[in-house]
Design a protein around this ligand. Structure first.
Ligand code: NDP
Length: 492
């Protein structure tokens, strides 16, 4: 087990363009903070529109025909991703410490994020030379085949909740397929993206293939999403911003798009479920990362027969969850990402109380330094309440009651979101029926929040479209070309 490093030397704070570190052209910087103690960590260069243009042009040049990157064998691209994974393995403790410092998440969770990131690079590195098309039987004297080709310059816009791993979710498949990328991390958590850029340079990635431009969404992010040389945008964040990005991607040059947006994921607990295990899974699903998790189980539907017993267990789990210094190995939750996010969560809690939900535990800020919120449980939640409809993105569990399977299915699906869902039951028929009828990109049975590098992840409806992770992620970063050749029999 690696140990946390509290005395970090933050080395990378500038823009990363063409494998070089440079300040922004207008010299602008923005401060980044430790949300667990509200202290400034350092200043980070803020990319202007000119810097974004420079980064996109570098990526465009690196994508040109016969460039070192385009001439490289697919297996060569895979080897670079493998080398990045090796470098990150060596830097695990350092990377996890920086992630904890910049996000307030527990160090042990950050270590898991580094491990997930490494797995993603290895997995997509191995897939780089396995991209394939089909040979197709066609009518007439022709021979047809399909060939996946990289799209071009990809703009990757990242959120703040999993800055390390979501960087890899997008960069891994994009580079494995032979694209070049410009990444804009969230302004709230810019540091580990820069560390990963350094690892790519060390691993021998040709200049211009990966560029990182930090800055604010409406300026740096918008300049990137609208740049005419960008051919694909992959975005993770809120549905509201996702819609804006979709409009931007349609302006000027039409861009391919992947949107991984929010959720209001239902978990359904039947009376025949293993109640202890279901209560723990439901608890972890909403509390992990302090609830700042797009697929958090934020609506738990529990059958009337076991409702009171389940609520008791949920409250016990919440009361036992240790919230505190994220570098302390006992802390299961650290702080939320920002004062704004904390206030947003506390406002939802007030709304829950005002609309008649029963506050069973939690509900308050902890201390007055750092953005810590108590694990909170509401029972008696009904579908019309704001806390049952909107994405809170905080450690707030809402428990609802149901009696009938058809009715609960309708209620689960009665939302514009469709990211994930879960069902807890020992009846295989119930499990399968629910899994096939819940409207969401992922359904878990007798577990929740299980995301692996091998399985595709992505939403339906207002939760977005396109897949990340797994083999399917590779398709999002390729254009499939059809080639048809006339076959002439010279002897006839
Ligand atoms: P946003 O969706 O606004 O931000 C996500 C990313 O998009 C960030 O890099 C942000 O930059 C960037 N961005 C913001 N505006 C634009 C724009 N006009 N053009 C291009 N890029 C833009 O999320 P927030 O950080 O504001 O969080 C708000 C809410 O979103 C949360 O409370 C939560 O409910 C939800 N959320 C959901 C996530 C998920 O995984 N589904 C992840 C994060 C948030 P910058 O941060 O610099 O502004």
């Amino acid at each position: 087990m690696t140990s946390p490093n509290r005395n970090l030397n933050i080395e990378f704070t500038k823009l990363f363009i063409n494998n070089e570190w440079s300040p922004s052209t207008d010299g602008k910087v923005f401060p980044t903070f430790n949300p667990a103690n509200e202290e400034k960590i350092c200043d980070v260069s803020e990319a202007s529109q000119d810097d974004v243009d420079k980064a996109v042009k570098a990526a465009d040049t690196a994508f040109k025909r016969n460039s070192p990157w385009r001439s490289m064998d697919a297996s060569g691209r895979g080897k670079i991703l493998g080398r990045v994974a090796d470098i990150m393995e060596q830097q695990k403790g350092e990377l996890a410490s920086i992630e904890t410092l910049n996000t307030g998440k527990p160090y042990l969770d950050a270590v898991q994020d580094v491990e997930f990131t490494i797995d993603v690079y290895r997995y997509h590195g191995c897939l780089a030379d396995k991209l394939s098309g089909k040979t197709i039987q066609v009518d007439g004297p022709y021979f047809s085949y399909t060939r996946p080709e990289p799209v071009g310059v990809c703009a990757l816009i990242l959120p703040w909740n999993y800055p390390l791993s979501i960087f890899a979710w997008k960069v891994g498949p994009a580079l494995a397929c032979g694209n070049t990328v410009v990444v804009k991390p969230s302004e709230l958590s810019p540091l580990t993206a820069l560390c990963q850029a350094a690892a790519f340079a060390e691993a021998g990635l040709p200049a211009g293939v990966l560029n990182v431009v930090n800055g604010y969404g409406p300026t740096t992010g918008a300049a990137l999403a609208t740049h005419p040389l960008v051919r694909k945008v992959a975005f993770t964040g809120s549905t509201a911003t996702g819609k804006k990005v979709m409009t931007m991607a349609a302006e000027g040059t039409l861009k391919k798009l992947t949107l991984e947006l929010g959720g209001k994921s239902p978990l359904v607990v039947f009376p025949d479920a293993n109640l202890e295990s279901a209560a723990i899974s439901c608890h972890n699903s909403i509390m992990i990362n302090s609830g700042q998790n797009c697929c958090a189980g934020s609506r738990v539907f529990v059958h009337t027969d076991i409702y009171d017993e389940f609520v008791e267990k949920a409250v016990a789990c919440a009361q036992n969850r240790v919230v505190g210094d994220p570098f302390d190995s006992l802390s299961a939750n650290g702080s939320l990402i920002s004062e704004m996010q904390m206030k947003k969560v506390l406002a939802y809690i007030e709304k829950g109380k005002a609309e008649g939900a029963k506050l069973k535990c939690g509900g308050e800020r902890i201390g007055d330094k750092g953005f810590f919120v108590q694990p909170t449980v509401f029972s008696g939640v009904t579908d019309d309440m704001t806390i049952a409809k909107e994405e809170i993105f905080g450690p707030v569990q809402s428990i609802l009651k149901f009696t009938d399977i058809e009715d609960v299915l309708d209620r689960c699906n009665n939302t514009d979101y469709g990211l994930a869902a879960g069902v807890f039951t020992s009846d295989v028929n119930n499990a399968t029926y629910m899994a096939h009828n819940l409207k969401g990109g992922t359904t878990w049975v007798n577990c929740a929040d299980i995301i692996t590098h091998q399985t595709p992840f992505g939403g339906f409806k207002g939760s977005g479209f396109g897949k990340e992770l797994g083999e399917d992620a590779m398709k999002e970063y390729c254009d499939m070309k059809t080639i048809t050749i006339q076959v002439i029999n010279k002897n006839s």
